[in-house]
Design a binder for this molecule. Structure first.
Ligand code: ZN
Ligand code: ZN
Length: 328
């Protein structure tokens, strides 16, 4: 079978490798679509702090069950699925309390373990998430980023009835804004310096989309949330507000801890997801509460993996979610 392997930053080779087989508790998947994500682009540039080369990428994907190893039940050959890409130890403190997504020994397929950029991929049955037939393979490959957004909102302590500002309208920001609406947020404001990305957010139903290089954030918040929101935004987070850091930071932002104390602010981090986030993500896509289509940009075949990155580079903010069509 064909496999795309990144041998060094910016260098992807297509090679023939033996087709893997499903062992006990494992499932052989025929990979259909892979979504290219921001962290993949860091790996392409050699700027991902936790990835060594060579690496087989691919962690946002959809597939069909091709065969099941001994002891696997509840799946059928031909079924549409995706799988969570985490490999965890099951024994450390976070794993024992159910927070396996921040396992002390966490490895992620496509980064610290081989990913699915190959025609067939073996996944552990427990980590497979079935997809309804009504989902397209493109939507199936977007369950992972939607699960990132679902998990991030879970970390906020609940957005029901609260005003939400999402800074950045790239794929993750867009999906966080959509999920915040689905979670019953009061009003959702998304900001970005890219008019193109703001337009895509509007197409996804996020009405308040503002460009801070044209309209100051305070003014945008005033328009979205009314006078009260305006006063809060002028001085940063509203009293009792919650900031969830979803993005990966290239630099180390400074935080005024005195302000955190005085305003009873909460700052939380969020990493990846758990199974329940994946399942909720599937439901949000099926119900149409999260729209994936406006984010879908271009497709490239597996043999042109490197051209997908070159395209992303060239088109910058105009490409949102680029897919690798592994098998037709
Ligand atoms: Zn990703
Ligand atoms: Zn662990």
């Amino acid at each position: 079978m064909k496999q795309a392997i990144m041998t060094a930053p910016g260098k992807i080779e297509l090679r023939d490798v033996p087709q893997p087989q499903a062992g006990p508790g494992e499932v052989l998947l025929r990979v259909r679509r892979i979504g290219v994500c921001g962290s993949d682009i860091h790996v392409w540039h050699g700027k991902h702090p936790y990835t060594k080369y060579p690496v087989v990428q691919g962690h946002e994907f959809s597939a069909e069950v091709a065969a099941m190893g001994p002891g696997v039940a509840g799946l059928r050959v031909g079924q549409k699925v995706t799988a969570m890409p985490q490999i965890v130890c099951g024994r450390c403190g976070p794993c024992r309390r159910g927070d396996y997504h921040i396992c002390d020994a966490l490895r992620v397929e496509g980064f610290q373990a081989p990913g699915c950029a190959q025609e067939f991929f073996v996944a552990r049955a427990d980590w497979i998430v079935p997809l309804p037939d009504s989902l397209t393979f493109e939507q199936g490959a977007m369950v992972e980023p939607v699960a990132v957004a679902v998990h991030a909102l879970g970390k906020s302590g609940g957005v029901g009835g609260r005003n939400v500002v999402v800074l950045g309208a790239g794929p993750i920001g867009n999906l966080v804004a959509q999920c915040a609406k689905a979670d019953g947020a009061g009003a959702v404001l998304i900001t970005d310096v890219s008019e193109h990305r703001l337009e895509i957010a509007r197409r996804c139903g996020v009405r308040h989309a503002s460009n801070p290089s044209i309209e100051p954030l305070a003014q945008a918040a005033g328009n979205a949330f009314g006078a009260q929101g305006f006063a809060a935004a002028v001085s940063g987070l509203a009293k009792g507000g919650v900031l969830v850091a979803v993005g990966v930071f290239g630099s180390q932002p400074r935080v005024d801890v005195g302000l955190v104390q005085d305003r009873e602010l909460t700052i939380r981090g969020t990493l990846m997801y758990r199974r329940e986030d994946y399942e909720r993500a599937v439901g949000l896509i099926v119900s149409g509460q999260v729209k994936c289509e406006p984010l879908m940009s271009e497709h490239f075949p597996l043999a042109q993996y490197d051209q997908a990155y070159e395209h992303i580079e060239r088109s910058r903010d105009r490409s949102m979610k680029v897919f690798i069509d592994v098998t037709a």
